[in-house]
Design a binder for this molecule. Structure first.
Ligand code: ASP
Ligand code: CP
Length: 318
């Protein structure tokens, strides 16, 4: 996907929150992917630009993160902006009992945009309610992870050159994995066929399946991974989300059910890509890393370009 044709006005994201993939239609997705592609070229040629000089990002993480947190920070810095990093809320006044609204009011008075990751579904929306500046959802519990879905889509386009007509197979923890919730809903903008591979207790939630049904997209739910691999264009692997389980014995029963290894890939298309939001904890063997179909590290890097595009867009500088 490339930027819109000159005759179409570019969609404006200036001042907007990014809370859910439901905010995006194809025009907006093509715009974000187009700007992300330009950011990639910019970084590869010059390392960055001064687009966001004078702007400050408050990066507020109530849950662990390596990629999302550091790629938002890198994105801001590569565009000439600066960052207030609050990656350990236990060292902030949150540990003294400060509420989310007050934390947002505080950070908003020092910054121009807030990125938030929080264990509760809807927390980013709450933050957006109390903040006048743009708020970006970096993962709200088992809800959504919209910027991950945007970078996933960008990766599919960069790797395979299209989205329409693809068969996308999602594997693992489809119940608690917020990345697959967001990506499935985002892909409803395209003509894709879904295969959902999980044990029964980790199936895709009914609200996501309802959305797939309502949009008329075909999908199948299966438990066996090898059957689903042949014919897939995208194999999107996920980690079983240990931190969401109340019963750790149940986690132990399902944590090692699916492993993507070199042998499994002998059954896959030559052009298929293996994706994973990461971190991986055994679902993809290290032996797969050298296979050209292993796209997960490229996917991870794409996160920075997409987040550069989003920050520039919501701050009115895209
Ligand atoms: N990093 C992704 C997330 O925060 C996926 C994962 O943690 O398994 O949702
Ligand atoms: N993909 C992702 O969200 O990674 P982190 O949890 O490390 O941010």
């Amino acid at each position: 996907m490339r930027p819109n044709t000159p005759s179409l006005p570019a969609p404006s994201f200036a001042g907007q929150d990014i809370l859910s993939v439901s905010q995006f239609d194809r025009t907006k997705l093509e715009y974000v992917s187009g700007v992300a592609h330009e950011m990639r070229v910019l970084v590869e040629r010059f390392g960055g630009a001064d687009l966001l000089q004078g702007k400050i990002l408050a990066n507020l993480f109530y849950e662990p993160s390596t990629r999302t947190s550091s790629s938002f920070m890198a994105a801001m810095m590569r565009l000439g902006g600066q960052v207030i990093p609050i990656n350990n809320v236990q060292y902030s006044s949150v540990s003294k009992g400060e509420s989310l609204p007050d934390t947002i009011r505080t950070l908003e008075s020092y910054s121009d945009v807030i990125v938030i990751r929080h264990p509760e579904v809807g927390a980013a929306a709450t933050a957006a309610y109390y903040g006048a500046n743009p708020v970006i959802n970096a993962g709200d519990g088992v809800g959504e992870h919209p910027t991950q879905a945007l970078l996933d889509l960008f990766t599919i386009v960069e790797e395979l050159g299209k989205v329409d007509g693809l068969t996308v197979t999602m594997v693992g923890d489809l119940k608690y994995g917020r990345t697959v919730h967001s990506l499935t809903k985002l892909l409803l903008n395209y003509d894709v066929t879904f295969r959902f591979v999980s044990p029964e207790i980790l199936q895709m939630p009914s609200d996501v399946l309802d959305a797939v049904n309502a949009s008329g997209h075909a999908y199948e739910q299966v438990e066996a991974l090898p059957d689903a691999v042949a014919g897939s264009d995208v194999l999107y692997v996920t980690r079983v989300q240990k931190e969401r389980f109340t019963d750790l014995a149940a986690y132990d029963r399902v944590k090692d059910l699916y492993v993507v290894d070199e042998e499994l890939l002998t059954q896959a298309k030559e052009q298929m890509i293996v994706m994973h939001p990461l971190p991986r904890v055994g679902e993809i063997t290290y032996g797969v890393d050298d296979d050209p179909r292993a796209a997960y590290f490229r996917q991870m890097r794409n996160g920075m370009y997409v987040r550069m595009a989003l920050l520039a867009a919501v701050l009115g500088r895209a």
